[in-house]
Ligand binder design. Structure first.
Ligand code: SF4
Length: 716
């Protein structure tokens, strides 16, 4: 069978390396690459089923323009469409200033594109409103690592699974969201049954199948749980005094803070029996190598950064960081969420883990990009949710959305729609059309997708890999970074965006990381093009990369010490009440990826998970006389949707769970995120997608079928 190439999977942040065989029109087989550290030959169904997503009818193949959103799209040329976009951007910037335009990207974008988006919008247009959908999944981890350890970026690697004797999985359904990492952990548990696995989740998810201890915590009570465990670890005499004394600061205040909180109160808040919390503290306290995995359950919260700090406190308390088999491991949701962070694709960042509000960093970038002093704005731009709110309020006028589908993924979709409808200009570059978001665009620009471009990405364990182009993109679709370069030409700044290849873009970017915590100076294009995968820090061309950070116990803070940060429980933004007595929580399921633009094309995946549903606790369903499959109406303060119910024995009573993948293309007006709350944390600005107050009642079958009626008139 002909080998097309080896490429990183375009779905989750595990970053599996795939061996692709067949032809572009007929991908015959996709297997895992045995030698790849991320997957050791394994893949999940999503990776295996990429073939059917490649040559599909709804690929965006040509630029599309329309006179107004009441009109249909017309096929356009690259020059005509980009000239139109550039003219509008210039007009809007001239009248309203650079902060009236925005770029909203994605962890799906490769690093070349993320870097150039940052350079173009922040460096040359003066628009710090340059954010990405990583804001929805990773921003709290970024802020947590930085405030506790001095730098973003996980200290750990997948291999730590094989050495850890205790693994805490908190706020992550690893089995469905990161299946290959789960598989490795399951194998490890099989080979070493003494390895202790604790799962903290209000739902008894598939991940619990390998758990020694499942803690069905009350939604939103993670900080109380982590503080209770920390207190018990101290009480049990299990704090690592040597590590604390030499490598941390803030311990005395932290202990005083913990001891001031009655243990009974903390445990009561967790909503689980004391015995479970005590058992978790024993396992963690006795562990020789304690590894934690966490994801959206920790991050999608108005106190997401604080949750991250509380977990890192536990690692500092036990000295379980900077050693083999140990450390806090934030799992990235998307294939290049890490790369976006490295390249500065969040509104407070600049490339190389630099920050907009750091004067020295601004100077370094202005010098590097040959920009006059003061060209880059000194204030953070708008984050994801803020952008769409600003569109609604009219302070933001134009937005370029790339490789993401906010009309499904953002909270409070009614508000998102309002914002997009009020915008003077909506440009969407995407590999697919229609999506829920291209339907409200003025311009659709066709982007090359997986397999159709050379591109670089960083997975959850800081492993950088280049995926080669394996076939041509359809029609006139172009790699996103080339689209941005062509746009720059139309904006009259093309001389700073002249690159012959993605390798040139990459090599420029890594020069900017020299000496930074995410030093990738040694990860050159020539090494990547030779097939190397390297973990940063990798400071020079002879360096083999770094599996684990902080082995020298020196942290990138001013004095080299990690910081204990005392973080108290805070109630979620929208607590339950008599009118909305349920907690509505959301998440991913095994067969699907984000907003279905790809996975809905793979028959086998759709057969496994064909439609959305709501999980409801058995006890609640009994009380409300809801049978399996009954249509139920779920309402929050923002709207209501109708879904079939699934009664779940392992669900925490008072909790509803809905997967977030299905948008308006599946059933108009019936997407989960019409219900969710747009509140976000003050520093991390990550929305609280995991918690809002809801009600649920039985609906009529007619109500259900009305909700399912497709309405694609606007896409004509
Ligand atoms: Fe690997 Fe994630 Fe792709 Fe599955 S979806 S093959 S776990 S990268």
């Amino acid at each position: 069978m002909a080998l097309l190439g080896e490429s990183i999977c375009p779905y989750c942040g595990v970053g599996c390396r795939l061996r692709v065989e067949g032809s572009a029109n007929d991908i015959a087989r996709i297997r895992g690459v045995e030698s790849a550290a991320a997957n050791l030959g394994r893949i999940c169904a999503k990776g295996a089923q990429l073939g059917p997503t490649v040559r599909v009818a709804d690929r965006a193949t040509h630029p599309l323009l329309r006179r107004s959103r009441k009109h249909a799209f017309n096929r356009s040329s690259w020059d005509e469409s980009l000239n139109f976009v550039a003219t509008e951007f210039r007009r809007i910037i001239q009248h309203h200033g650079p902060n009236s335009v925005a770029f909203y990207g994605s962890g799906q974008l490769d690093s070349e594109t993320a870097y150039l988006a940052c350079k173009l919008f922040k460096g040359f247009l003066g628009a710090n409103n340059t954010d990405s959908n990583s804001r929805l999944c990773m921003a709290a981890s970024v802020a947590g690592y930085r405030s506790s350890l001095g730098s973003d970026g996980p200290p750990t690697c997948y291999e730590d699974i094989d050495y850890a004797d205790a693994v805490l999985i908190i706020g992550s359904n690893l089995a469905e969201a990161h299946p290959v990492t789960f598989d490795r952990l399951r194998n490890s548990k099989k080979e070493r049954p003494e390895q202790q696995i604790i799962v903290v989740d209000p739902r008894r998810t598939a991940t619990c199948a390998i758990a020694d201890l499942h803690i069905p915590i009350a939604p939103g009570a993670d900080i109380a749980f982590l503080n209770a465990v920390a207190r018990l670890v101290i009480q049990n005499g299990r704090a690592d005094e040597h590590f604390i004394g030499f490598h941390t600061k803030g311990f005395i205040d932290y202990v005083a803070f913990l001891m001031a909180q009655p243990l009974d109160d903390l445990i009561e808040r967790t909503g689980v029996p004391r015995l479970l919390v005590e058992r978790a503290a024993q396992i963690i306290g006795k562990s020789k190598a304690f590894l934690s995995f966490y994801c959206m359950g920790m991050n999608q919260s108005t106190v997401g950064m604080w949750k991250n700090n509380s977990l890192i406190n536990l690692h500092l308390l036990t000295g379980q960081i900077g050693k083999v088999g140990a450390g806090p491991f934030s799992l990235t949701g998307q294939p290049n969420a890490m790369g976006g962070r490295e390249c500065g694709l969040l509104c407070h960042q600049l490339p190389g883990y630099r920050f907009v509000e750091d004067e020295q960093h601004l100077l370094e970038l202005e010098r590097f990009w040959n920009r006059p002093l003061g060209s880059i704005g000194a204030k953070n731009g708008l984050s994801a949710v803020e952008m769409f709110d600003a569109l609604d309020r009219g302070t933001l006028k134009a937005i370029w959305i790339a490789a993401t589908n906010p009309m499904v993924s953002l909270p409070d979709l009614h508000a998102v729609r309002r914002g997009l409808e009020k915008a003077e200009l909506v440009v969407v570059s995407d590999a697919y059309h229609p999506t829920e978001t291209t339907r409200v665009a003025d311009v659709v620009l066709p982007a090359a997708s997986w397999g159709e471009k050379d591109c670089t990405s960083t997975n959850s364990e800081r492993m950088v890999t280049r995926s080669p182009k394996m076939w041509d993109p359809p029609g006139e679709a172009l790699p996103d970074w080339r689209i941005l370069c062509r746009f720059a030409q139309h904006m009259g700044i093309g001389e700073s965006f002249q690159y012959g290849s993605g390798s040139e873009v990459w090599d420029e970017f890594v020069r900017l990381t020299k000496g930074r915590p995410c030093d990738m100076a040694g990860i050159t294009s020539s090494r990547l093009n030779d097939g190397a995968s390297l973990q940063w820090p990798c400071p020079d061309q002879h360096h083999y990369g770094t599996k684990r950070r902080y082995l020298d116990r020196k942290f990138p803070t001013a004095d080299g010490k990690a910081v204990f940060l005392a973080r108290d429980h805070r109630d979620p933004f929208e607590p339950t009440d008599d009118d909305f007595p349920f907690v509505l929580t959301t998440g991913r399921i095994y067969a699907h990826w984000h907003t279905l633009t790809r996975t809905a094309k793979a028959e086998k995946l759709v057969a496994r998970d064909p439609a959305p549903y709501v999980e409801i606790a058995f006890e609640d369903a009994d009380r409300l006389e809801i049978a399996d499959g009954d249509s139920v109406r779920i309402a929050t303060r923002r709207g209501e949707i109708v879904l079939p119910a699934r009664r779940e024995v392992g669900m925490r009573p008072g909790t509803l769970f809905v997967p977030f993948h299905w948008g308006d293309l599946f059933a108009e007006g019936n997407a989960l995120n019409y219900l969710t709350v747009p509140a976000f944390g003050p520093v991390e600005k990550q929305p609280e997608l995991k918690f809002c107050a809801a009600s649920v009642v039985k609906a009529t079958p007619e109500e259900h079928s009305t909700r399912r009626s497709l309405d694609l008139v606007e896409t004509a």
